[in-house]
Design a binder for this molecule. Structure first.
Ligand code: NAG
Ligand code: NAG
Length: 563
């Protein structure tokens, strides 16, 4: 038996992103990685039988408080994150298993997602719909045994005393309580969802007759697993109690509420000074005058403002009452931006690392996940940097803020001015090749330290690709790099610049796939030579392109043949 009202001194073992935060919460995923997994288990195995050979399994009860926070708006059925599970398992080590996170909850991968040898009971709180796993929706509670194909499942919610059903949304930054009760004699497993501080609903959400004795050995680990993919989500466990042969202790919810109430000041602390009064902001924007309006989004409006004290031009985001983004999402967005935005100069080795990490995120979206995800809005302002200078592909409400000049032309469907592939502008169809085009633009931005389109001294727009091609024409493509890049490896810069041009080649069929892009960046494959005129969008070049594509395809086949 154990009870944790907060995890500061808990006897847990961790894997992946799991850790205890300063408020004593167990965070399973950080929400900062595109793909993340976290495990936390009670450190010691628990005996579930009187003697190892006893056919009867102990009864047990457990209950825990959890909270899931998606850091982004949800776009309909956008594949995203993932979920959290309470787990009883013969092992507490999963990450040596070439695990594929995401829709597999951090417990299974493609090859073992259904295997009797796994010895896992997982109570899944799933917030992704994976039709291949027979998921009913993207907001469900399920019982899984040795497999992600559930034994029983139900849309998240609870039964009211009169027998009616009340559904709830799991990943809306709300704290829920889950009870899991197993009666060893009756061989009945009940799962009940409810709100902390309220009585446990009388009728379970799920109830199954299960002989766990035939499925699980006697020594087992108990704990939690969570995973994220593509859309960042944070998963927290706030408190947990467990007992065999008896009723697990009540959790002390008032302690968590008290902690929760400090949230706002917490947020202020995280964001740090300066802070402003509403009056300051009204006067900075001339009373939120229309002529100060920079842009509008789903969240509200962004105004230009001037702060007389510091003589700074600033952008001020004002949440509208009809905003789809809640105050808490806004707070977490500001917290993230407060942490990741900085003006320090990024050295080349770090820039190369950023390019590679974004390429690998894109490769995951295009090739590794079980559905193809077209990002549609790859650009530098949608790339976050973590403290190890890894680039993370995100999609932020504030992105528009950085692009205020072109805001009116920015839609999620069309992408962003400067990053739109010619065929996308013509046909309006988002493809992997169009993502690769935008990634090519991004590579150039990072290497040259310029925006995709800049206005030159004569007031004419200058496309960054032309700047690179011109430098190449003049004899040194290296001259187009950011002059502040001193300690760079010339071959790497040259390769990245040429690969960037290839990625945003006018003809989509010439652009490499993300798998090949990764190979070039990791120096496993050599970028083929191509002449300068290769980048002209001249239909007469079609034959040249076809030959090129065929030769790359041949090289790729021979490469993968060696594996
Ligand atoms: C499961 O729920 C049913 C219906 O409320 C109840 O009769 C039974 O005692 C419960 N079993 C356990 C193990 O909680
Ligand atoms: C449950 O499984 C155990 C182990 O396989 C078996 O010995 C026992 O008879 C089963 N109980 C029932 C009621 O089927």
């Amino acid at each position: 038996e154990f009870v944790y009202n907060g995890f500061a001194n808990a006897n847990l073992s961790f894997e992946g992103e799991a850790s205890i935060d300063e408020r004593g919460r167990l965070g399973l995923t950080t929400g900062l990685d595109i793909v993340g997994v976290g495990h936390a288990f009670y450190r010691y195995p628990i005996s579930f039988r009187k003697t190892p050979s006893d056919p009867a399994m102990h009864s047990f009860t457990t209950s825990f408080l959890f909270e899931m926070t998606s850091l982004y708006e949800h776009y309909g059925s956008t594949p995203g994150s993932d979920g959290v599970a309470f787990v009883i398992s013969s092992t507490n080590k999963f990450l040596n298993d070439s695990l594929l996170p995401g829709p597999y909850l951090g417990l299974f991968n493609m090859s073992n997602r259904s295997s009797a040898s796994r010895n896992i009971l997982a109570i899944e709180l799933g917030t992704i719909m994976n039709p291949k796993l027979n998921d009913i929706d993207d907001n469900h509670v399920a019982i899984n045994i040795n497999s992600l194909i559930s034994v029983n499942y139900h849309t998240a919610g609870f039964y009211t005393p009169d027998g009616g059903f009340q559904s709830v949304r799991l990943n809306m930054e709300q704290v829920f309580q889950l009870w899991v009760d197993y009666d060893g004699k009756a061989q009945q497993l009940n799962v009940t969802l409810g709100f902390p501080g309220s009585p446990k609903p009388k009728y379970p959400l799920l109830s199954n007759t299960l002989n766990l004795s035939s499925l699980l050995p006697s020594e087992l680990f108990v704990g939690f697993s969570a995973s994220t993919s593509t859309l960042s989500t944070r998963h927290f466990i706030l408190g947990w109690s467990f007992k065999t042969n008896g009723e697990a202790s009540q959790l002390n919810y008032s302690a968590f509420q008290a902690a929760g109430n400090t949230k706002e000041s917490d947020w202020e602390m995280n964001c740090g000074p300066p802070s402003f009064t509403y009056k300051d902001l009204v006067s900075a924007t001339g009373g939120f005058k229309d002529k100060m309006l920079l842009g509008k989004g789903g969240f509200g409006r962004v105004y230009k403002g001037f702060l007389p004290a510091s003589k700074q031009n600033v952008a001020i985001k004002r949440i509208s009452p009809e905003s789809k983004q809640g105050t808490k999402e806004f707070a977490s967005e500001v917290t993230i931006l407060g942490h990741v935005r900085h003006r320090s100069l990024v050295r080349w080795s770090q820039r190369f690392c950023i390019i590679k990490s974004v390429a690998s995120g894109l490769f995951y979206l295009h090739e590794e996940w079980e559905h193809v995800v077209i990002h549609r809005d790859i650009k530098s302002s949608n790339v976050l940097l973590d403290d190890a200078m890894n680039g993370r592909l995100g999609d932020f409400g504030l992105a528009r803020l950085h692009d205020h000049g072109v805001d009116a032309h920015t839609t999620r469907i069309a992408g962003t001015f400067g990053y739109i592939a010619p065929e996308l502008a013509r046909l309006g169809k988002a493809t992997k090749a169009a993502d690769v085009f935008a990634f090519g633009v991004f590579m150039r931005e990072v290497t040259c330290g310029r925006r995709p389109v800049e206005v030159n001294a004569c007031g004419e727009p200058q496309v960054l690709a032309d700047h690179v091609i011109n430098a190449w024409q003049d004899g040194s493509i290296m001259d187009s790099r950011d002059p502040r890049l001193e300690d760079c490896v010339a071959q790497e810069v040259e390769m990245v610049l040429k690969l960037g041009l290839l990625c945003s080649h006018p003809s989509p069929k010439v652009r490499p796939g993300t798998r090949l892009v990764m190979r070039y960046l990791e120096n496993v494959a050599t970028l083929p030579d191509f002449p300068l005129n290769f980048f002209n969008a001249d239909p007469a070049n079609d034959e040249v392109y076809d030959q090129f594509v065929a030769s790359v395809a041949a090289a790729t086949i021979s490469l993968s043949g060696g594996r």
